[in-house]
Design a protein. Structure first.
Ligand code: CA
Length: 632
């Protein structure tokens, strides 16, 4: 340091502790530093000339440097986090799509940083969002599945993001931020009673919530075929019909005297038939009422939701939140219902894209992004707001109706939604824009995670991440600002439920990104890129293949995971597999058992937990008044 340069100690300008390292000017100085507060007449002349040259060089320095602000000079920025639902990386213009028009998302990338290896911690909504909100792999909070129930199924279930988890919203709230969530939650509602709201956004650090506590499903639209447990429901109908037929045949036999059965037995049979029917129809018969609801804070505003106006209400609420909070630091998490099926799309966008309803829906979401960006600009908040855009996981390949593809596209990447290991399920768009702080038009190919947003926003807000638990996310700012060359993630673990399917190793010195698959789903039909027979690929059991040794790919040479390497084709094969194996052992040592939030008991519908805006079971209301006319 002591080469005649100026050294300013931390907080120097504010506390008069400016020191100058001047061994050449003042060789007698101990530690080669002088404190300006110490009077020294002999030095005044020399200091004056020094300051003159210093100020001159600083001015030139400022002119020559890129106009990026240093973090130490930035006060709490606003955060607008935009999260799409089921959007594939191949659906966005700036990630290579040249047929779906996404000019506003592309604009974000042009004005900010585009991450090309942005990885979701899970390939499905509930666990991926739990990881995003907590900065931790979802199995650390019990939000990853041990069975086939891999997401929250009912607003009336008891599972959800545990109250002892600390979301970034909670930290920002403590740092004085106004925190709002608008859109989808899908992290549970109640634990033990109808209105305890233990998993509700307001209990997880959000001051304001407007949106769906659940997720969009086809059952929410009266024109669509039911989606939830479609096959299971058909079976239940069949069983009900069989039981009823049996009971009726017995009754008829008794009346005609052909079957000697007692009336008491017949009454029991009829009672059983009714009980069986009620036991499942009370939940599955009213999915739209139980799950498709809108809430403002703790109040249910629509039950069931009026899907025709949902988009405009969500947009209106988002812009109103920005306007309401423009004078103080705020966090807005706009969690889109787009581009999840049933693809709610307004008239204005229907039939406008060249990719059917899915394309129309993505273009509408992009327009909404533009509206939010315009609101930020209009309020003069552009340079004080960090905007982030991502998708919760990859596009849903199996979502088709007849010949129509209703799910997203994952570009060159193999696999999709629900697949924990293959790249298409977890590699998503990731864009961050903060004019003046993040270099515009930058592309970063290093591995990053959606979990990184947690420590990034926490640090920028002046907060500290919890010290009593493992946080898997890493602060992105050094990487985004180009202060470091490499991501802090050496290993990323790719889970399918609680089953580890693959591991990624970013070998910093060689630049290689190895990926070892220990379990892969069996595609159907054979050779297809997805599980078209099931609708979702499973994580374990008959539907997967175990690999020993693992399937190894070098993503830097083979991003599509097309050609697995072997000991014959790759000299480093054994070394890489052995190193990844050790990383898994180290990672497993950091895991601790926690209550399973997606257990069968927590997943099933419980009438006493069902949010209801009337007197249960008479739950229907519409408190939006004439909002159906809302049009932005
Ligand atoms: Ca999703």
């Amino acid at each position: 340091m002591c080469r005649g340069d100026l050294v300013i100690t931390a907080g120097a300008w504010g506390c008069h502790k400016v020191k100058i390292c001047t061994p050449f000017l003042f060789p007698q100085a101990k530690n080669c530093c002088f404190d300006l507060s110490t009077p020294n007449a002999k030095m005044i002349w020399q200091l004056t000339s020094y300051w003159t040259s210093l100020v001159t060089s600083m001015i030139f320095g400022l002119l020559l440097q890129p106009p990026l602000a240093q973090l130490s000079t930035i006060t709490q920025p606003n955060f607008v986090l935009l999260m799409a639902d089921d959007l594939g990386i191949g659906d966005v213009g700036c990630y290579g799509n040249d047929t779906i028009r996404t000019p506003n998302i592309d604009r974000l990338a042009k004005e900010g940083v585009k991450l090309t290896q942005h990885i979701a911690a899970a390939p499905l909504c509930t666990p991926s969002r739990a990881a995003f909100l907590t900065g931790r792999y979802p199995l650390r909070s019990g939000m990853d599945a041990i069975n086939n129930y891999r997401v929250i199924f009912w607003n009336g279930g008891s599972g959800g993001l545990p109250p002892n988890e600390t979301t970034f919203a909670k930290i920002l709230q403590q740092q004085g931020y106004s925190t709002g969530l608008i859109g989808k939650w899908h992290q549970g509602v109640n634990c033990e009673s109808r209105n305890d709201h233990c998993h509700h956004p307001l209990n997880h650090g959000f001051d304001y919530f407007y949106g769906m506590p659940f997720t969009l499903i086809s059952d929410c639209q009266t024109t669509e075929a039911p989606e939830m447990d479609r096959v299971f429901r058909r079976k239940l109908w069949l069983y009900t019909q069989m039981i009823c037929l049996f009971t009726l045949t017995a009754a008829l036999g008794r009346i005609t005297g052909l079957i000697p059965v007692r009336w008491k037995t017949l009454t029991c049979l009829a009672g059983f038939s009714l009980l069986f029917f009620v036991s499942w129809f009370s939940s599955y018969g009213f999915v739209r009422y139980w799950n498709c609801i809108m809430m403002r804070n703790h109040e249910i505003t629509e039950q069931p939701m009026v899907t025709e106006r949902t988009t405009s209400l969500i947009l209106r609420e988002s812009i109103a939140f920005i306007e309401r909070n423009k004078h103080k630091p705020f966090l807005l998490f706009l969690s889109f219902l787009h581009s999840h099926t049933p693809l709610l799309t307004t008239e204005k966008f229907l039939g406008k894209s060249s990719h059917g309803l899915y394309g129309d829906n993505v273009e509408e979401m992009d327009w909404m992004v533009g509206q939010v960006l315009d609101a930020i600009d209009k309020e003069g908040l552009k340079s004080t707001t960090l905007v982030y855009f991502a998708s919760d996981h990859g596009g849903w390949l199996e979502r088709q109706e007849d010949t129509r593809q209703l799910g997203g596209w994952n570009g060159i990447y193999r696999g999709g939604k629900a697949m924990g290991g293959w790249e298409g399920g977890i590699r998503v768009p990731g864009i961050l824009r903060w004019p003046g702080v993040l270099p515009a038009g930058t592309v970063i190919n290093e591995p990053t995670s959606l979990m990184d947003i947690y420590p990034t926003v926490t640090h920028l807000a002046g907060g500290v991440v919890p010290q009593d638990r493992v946080i898997d996310g890493r602060d992105l700012m050094p990487l985004l600002q180009g202060r470091v060359e490499h991501s802090e993630h050496e290993f990323l673990f790719h889970y399918c439920g609680i089953h580890l399917h693959a591991v990624r190793w970013h070998q910093k010195d060689s630049g290689a990104t190895w990926k070892a698959h220990y379990v892969t789903p069996k595609f159907h039909p054979l050779g297809a890129g997805a599980c078209y027979d099931r609708g979702f690929c499973p994580c374990f059991g008959e539907g997967v293949t175990q690999h020993e040794p693992p399937l190894l790919f070098d993503l830097s040479r083979d991003p599509s995971e097309a050609k697995p390497l072997s000991a014959d084709t790759e000299p480093l094969f054994d070394t890489v597999v052995e190193r990844i194996g050790r990383a898994i052992e180290e990672h497993r040592r950091t895991l601790t058992p926690v209550p399973e939030q997606l257990s069968l008991y927590n997943i099933i519908w419980k009438p006493w937990l069902q949010p209801c805006c009337g007197t249960f079971p008479f739950c229907w209301c519409d408190k939006e008044g004439d909002s159906e006319l809302a049009d932005l």
